[in-house]
Design a protein around this ligand. Structure first.
Ligand SMILES: [Zn+2]
Ligand SMILES: [Zn+2]
Length: 272
């Protein structure tokens, strides 16, 4: 548990998209039942606090995708990530800090929704998505060149803050380089009233991936992904304190925010 002096934050998970037509074989390297339906949710996360502060701040984790890439890739967008945030009274145009866990299309496709933000990115992720691995169509597939261009434009506008491993970006909130799923994917640890919560991003897509040690098939380095599971477990205060990036159970397991079923509170204990 965090020490009593550590500030605590509220965390929201906000759903903006769904992908129903997915099967287990697409979500596990070794599925029990290849053809079993296994949908994914698309979420952005907001960290707000410290609790009780006179000057609370909002940090957003990931920017989601935009309607153009949703159409191109056949995903259903329920609302834009900016609209999802607005439903929680968060104005994306005023957000000052955005963590990009990695540069995949469904995480870096909404940078334009955050015109005033500083984007926090691992140096190794930028190197990966602009380097020679992108000569391989298989490795390039989860990236969209428009998003990579957005990141480079942000870099030239002094709006990228690079990190090289672990970094504290606000009192108690730390970034952790995990890798495995992408060249330099990072996860985020947040102190809350229920303990240390880790927002895994795509370092863990579904609880089943980490609990069954059965990795998601979009992976650059399987051994590093498995090692990443151990790092995340060491950072979090328990299995329910690790929040996967795409699990539809998130919205079912945590209490809704102000009665909105598309937004849940991750700083509160699970209800199921
Ligand atoms: Zn990803
Ligand atoms: Zn993803």
């Amino acid at each position: 548990m965090a020490s009593p002096e550590t500030p605590t934050y509220e965390i929201l998970a906000l759903r903006y998209g769904i992908f129903d037509g997915r099967i287990a074989a697409q979500n596990y390297l070794m599925p029990d039942d290849h053809m079993a339906p296994d949908p994914l949710d698309f979420l952005v996360f907001a960290i707000q606090g410290p609790t009780g502060s006179d000057n609370p701040r909002t940090i957003v984790m990931d920017t989601g995708f935009n309607p153009v890439s949703a159409k191109r890739r056949g995903r259903e967008i329920l609302c834009t990530p900016a609209e999802a945030l607005r439903n929680a009274d968060i104005d994306s145009t005023e957000v000052r800090d955005v963590i990009l866990t990695h540069m995949h299309w469904d995480h870096a496709g909404g940078m334009d929704y955050f015109p005033k933000a500083m984007f926090h990115l691992q140096e190794s992720e930028m190197e990966y998505c602009t380097g020679r691995c992108m000569c391989q169509p298989f490795l390039r597939r989860p990236f969209d060149v428009d998003d990579v261009q957005s990141a480079i434009r942000a870099l030239y506008a002094d709006r990228i803050r690079f990190h090289d491993g672990t970094a504290e970006i606000a009192p108690g909130i730390t970034l952790h380089l995990i890798g495995g799923h992408s060249g330099g994917i990072q996860s985020v640890r947040v102190p809350t009233k229920r303990g240390w919560v880790v927002l895994a991003g795509d370092a863990v897509h579904l609880w089943g991936n980490i609990r069954k040690r059965n990795p998601f098939p979009v992976v650059v380095d399987v051994a590093r992904m498995l090692r990443g599971f151990e790092i995340l477990e060491a950072l979090a205060d328990g299995p329910d304190h690790i929040i996967p990036g795409h699990d539809p159970l998130i919205l079912k397991r945590f209490p809704p925010h102000n009665g909105n079923k598309e937004i849940v509170r991750l700083d509160l204990p699970p209800i199921g």
